[in-house]
Design a protein around this ligand. Sequence first.
Ligand code: NOJ
Ligand code: CA
Length: 680
Amino acid sequence: MKRSLVPLFVLLTAGLSLPQALAKTVELSSPDNTITVSINDDKQPNYQITFNGGTVITPSKLGMLFKETHGFGEGFKISSVARNQVNANWELPWGERKTVNDHHNELLVTFSTERDEASRYQVRFRAFNDGVGFRYEVSKQSGLEQVEIIDELTEFSLENAKEATAWWIPARGWNRYEYIYDTTDVESVGNAHTPFTFKLPSGTHVSIHEAALVDYAAMTLKQHRPGKLKADLTPWSDGTLVKTQTDFKTPWRTIQISKDAVGLLNSDLILNLNEPNKLGDVSWVEPGKYVGIWWGMHIAENTWGSGEKHGATTSETIRYMDFAAKHGFDGVLVEGWNIGWDGDWFNNGDLFNFTQGYDDFDIEKVTKHGANKGVRLIGHHETSGSVTNYRDQIPDAFALYEKHGVRQVKTGYVADGGDIKRIDDKGIVRKEWHDGQFMVNEYLHSVTEAAKHKISINTHEPIKATGLRRTYPNWIAREGARGQEYNAWGTPPNPPEHAAILPYTRMLSGPMDFTPGIFDMGFNGLGDKTNRPQTTLAKQLALYVVLYSPIQMAADLPRNYEANLPAFQFIKDVPTDWQESIALAGEIGDYVAFARKEREGNDWYLGALTDENARELTLELDFLDKGKRYEAQIYRDGKDAEWADNPYDMIIEQKKVSAKDSLTLPLATSGGVAIRFKAL
Ligand code: NOJ
Ligand code: CA
């Protein structure tokens, strides 16, 4: 359906000069008409967004500048529009739900100007019921082939930014995405990573992010003027933002919008804006649960490097494999098996060898042992940010793992922000950001190379997720926020509100390998409040449902699980692949509750957690299948539980329930609840 342009009868006057051409406005609404985007070409192409009649984004610039040629910006006029509508379902091979609905209206706006060179740019807008996405599409045209982008002009402007509250982490810092979230008014934000989530005075919740970040720099947001957040692309080491050639498309700029906090959690907008699976048959991508030789190093009981405390030995791996087999885990992660960890591994990334093991680790023996027990070795590639050293070894490294039946590799890029080391084709050492275009491509390269060996990748110190798991389903998880490891040595550790902020921020981008399930909170004594999880035990269980990942680790040492088998039962039961997921309740930074139904089964699970405040949640169980009865196996904070001095007080109880019931659940300070609804 083509609709004619809606002219706005506004005469433009630039100072005292003569009247210019008429400015045009075109509009696009979401299928349910709650969201409207207006695109206008008054002076500079711009857009604005309303939701339920209220303003979400005030007029905000569109455009980009190039180094050698003109860019797209001032003076461009809307010359034509094309419309489209989609309402279709598609399937995720693994995920929070099996079937995803993509329902949107689309408007492709062509801007042009009278110039003999590069005079035509397009911006494609999609309006969904849960938000808006738009991207720039730049075609081959006279004078425009090789392109160096030196600025993207996209803005996200707010009225009353002082009255809007944001939950955010700083961009372009040494610690990448691993910061404690700040809660401030939007005007106090400096330079922030996305997903950037805020609440307007009207109560409308908004999250700005991007989808399908491929061959482009990550977008961070910079306060350009009070209330005016501007796209700030992470540069290359030579200062250029993006090096590309026509035709090209930018990632989608996304604005998720909801009347409440929970609505953001039930949005599939990011996935809907990614391309379908490009890998074909991905039955070899295996969601599941794992244990690993890991936490022992973080609490300094073991070392990655060789010596007396070396964790990754043949015998220790076999012990973990036996534990995994006994309790139904699919894999054992082993870190520190390969040469390169001795000495200052943070700064000696060039020494890592990804095919040669230490003498006390026999990969053949451990993988054979695992195969007999139905447990796979999970591989590990720590690069310490020396990416040229890694890239050169990738073919052999993945071939070795494939040969030994490894189906999943955790990669790591421990290096300060801006300190990724690459050697260019002249042999010169260049230092790049984790989220610049070079690394965006490098991470994807590791994923597509891994796919050739039927290996899935779990990236630590990653580029943020932008929904590429739809296109490359073997990109199974990543870190990209402060995970459990900070509770071993974080100083400070993750505060009680951390897991009550993550769902509304980091998790909107995709699965996180947080590694839940620490049972021994007192590895330094409970009194050491700065080197321990600041949670109750029940909250550790709740994390398995709240923080979605198709792979979940039981992160603690086997002996701590053996010491509390009744609580461990929940970790053994909880699936990692879901038919359906529903966020039930929550407020950002305060609490959250999720219900999820297992794939290929009838059981439902529920996880809820709170910040430093104890609270009582009453939840309707109307998500349960109608007419079915369930045994609710409830793991909840006990009467005296509180995170600081009494984290272990937990009650395990059973109740018969159906969809007609509700449950009132007490959550302790930094507490939680985990429930399996076993279908009867
Ligand atoms: C940081 C990762 O997040 C952690 O999980 C890993 O153990 C270390 N790097 C070593 O690779
Ligand atoms: Ca990390």
